[in-house]
Design a protein around this ligand. Structure first.
Ligand code: UD1
Ligand code: CA
Length: 454
């Protein structure tokens, strides 16, 4: 049967104490809701409907690029009412899977199992065994272990509260039956809401089979209501990503101190030290070593390259066998060939460095095209900005830039040219020659140091 997914995301999330709607709170740098949508997409459903709340325009705007259909639930009258808002857009022949915008760790594999247990005459329900089921609806089974109904905690007598099997809220039901059941929901309960959970008793009454599936771990179905739960889920997410890296053969000095917030592709024998954050799509070649305290975003790092501690690398392509840092910063659009060294307190932006070139200390390289085997001395600045326009600096193969030089762009340093230390270079320099620009050094005879006035 075709699958339709309905994601409930209309809740306010008051306990977040935040101006940002709950489902937009970030997990691994992305809105909670976008994690759920990504998992939903893995199931390749015929459509995804997101039920959003009054004033939730911000939610729609934040995820405007996501191909889902948006359904407004103007008033939050309960989970059953929320699902009902999406039903006009759902075909009778579909299976409907209900997910939650604030339950972001649910795995596609679990959902596939759940969907497989549902059918035209079957409802499937994801449950979870909990040490402390407080706050959850309880799954009531009969003597033969068959699910009879779900009782919300606020409506539950003590005997039911003692049940430790909780309702995750995630379920799959055939659209045709679901539509009929939703229309019959009544708000005659402790919260005065239309409970989605009441459809289970209706199914049982009509002899529709309810297939329970127990979630593998409570972590997967954790709902987020406050910042403490958000942090707990972030920790679980972090651990999952670290574990996947370990499985892939990466050496992690401490799996609890690495954050993979995007897609990280790794070669063989990669080593990653503590407190490293990866964002966006990052690719590390074979035998790459990353030192502690680095942030690496949307970048590629070639085989055998070592990144020393405290580097920030953003949208750079770094070749093989390079030495980066400590304390190097790459701003977007830089490309390094093989064997390049970029060292301490060097900032590189929108620049190309050819094979074997070195810039080891205290330097700014912006909009620079640097050839092979160039040596850039300490304290060199490519003066690429005149306050209005950006200009390029070219440094050709084998050139040597003396320390403390200002290269005022647009300018070109010829191949194998040497620039004397402390020069301000404003015109192109010829290849193979020494060019320098320097005031005469003078010594004042008979000069005396000032003395402290009485
Ligand atoms: C719900 C379940 C409970 C389950 C628990 C798991 C019901 C009646 N109860 O309880 O059995 O154990 O989830 O966490 O379903 N929402 C809307 N519109 C509404 C109401 C809710 O979109 O009108 C969304 C919320 O944003 C939230 C989700 O549905 O993401 C759950 O709603 P909530 O009110 O938190 O339900 P619980 O009381 O936690
Ligand atoms: Ca809840």
């Amino acid at each position: 049967m075709p699958l339709t997914i309905v994601i409930l995301a209309a809740g306010q999330g008051k306990r977040m104490r935040s101006d940002l709607p709950k489902v937009l709170q970030p997990l691994a740098g992305r809105p909670l809701l976008s994690h759920v949508i990504a998992t939903a997409q893995e199931l390749e459903p015929s459509s995804i409907h997101v039920v959003y709340g009054h004033g939730g325009e911000r939610v729609r705007d934040a995820l405007a690029a996501t191909p889902v259909s948006w359904v407004l639930q103007a008033e939050q009258l309960g989970t059953g009412h929320a699902v009902a808002q999406a039903m006009p857009q759902v075909d009778d022949g579909d299976l409907v899977l209900v997910l939650y915008g604030d339950v972001p760790l649910i795995r596609a594999a679990t959902l596939r199992q759940l969907v497989a247990a549902a059918g035209p005459k079957n409802v499937a329900l994801l449950t979870v065994e909990l040490d402390d089921p407080a706050g959850y609806g309880r799954i009531v089974r009969n003597a033969r272990g068959q699910v009879q109904r779900i009782v919300e905690e606020k409506d539950a007598p003590a005997r039911v509260r003692r049940i430790r099997e909780g309702n995750t809220g995630v379920m799959v039901a055939p659209a045709k039956l679901l539509r009929r059941w939703l229309a019959r929901l009544r708000a005659n309960n402790a919260q005065g809401e239309l409970y989605l959970t009441d459809i289970i008793a209706m199914a049982v009454k009509e002899k529709v089979k309810v297939a329970p599936l127990a979630a593998e771990s409570p972590g997967e179905v954790l709902g987020i209501n406050d910042k403490a739960q958000l942090a707990a889920v972030e920790a679980i997410y972090r651990a999952r990503r670290a574990e996947a890296l370990l499985t892939a053969g990466v050496t992690l000095v401490d799996p609890a101190r690495i954050d993979v917030r995007g897609t990280l592709a790794v070669g063989r024998d990669v080593q990653i030290d503590v407190n490293v954050i990866f964002e966006g799509t990052v690719r590390l070649g074979d035998r790459v070593r990353i030192g502690p305290n680095c942030v690496i975003r949307e970048s590629e790092i070639g085989d055998d390259t070592e990144v020393f501690p405290n580097c920030v690398i953003d949208r750079a392509t770094i070749g093989p066998a390079c030495h980066i840092g400590p304390f190097a910063r790459f701003r977007p659009s830089s490309k390094l060939a093989r064997g390049v060294h970029v060292g301490n307190f060097v900032e590189v932006k929108n620049s190309v460095l050819g094979e074997g070139s070195k810039s080891n200390h205290l330097t700014y390289l912006g909009d620079a095209v640097i050839g092979a085997r160039v040596n850039v001395g300490a304290g060199t600045v490519t003066c690429n900005y005149d306050g209005v326009n950006k200009s390029q600096t070219h440094i050709d193969d084998g050139a040597f830039i003396g320390s403390g030089s200002m290269l005022v762009a647009p300018v070109r340093v010829g191949a194998r040219a040497t620039i004397g230390a402390g020069s301000v270079i404003t015109r192109d320099t010829p290849p193979d020659k020494l060019t320098l620009e320097r005031a005469q050094q003078v010594t004042i005879d008979g000069w005396q140091r000032p003395t402290k006035k009485a």
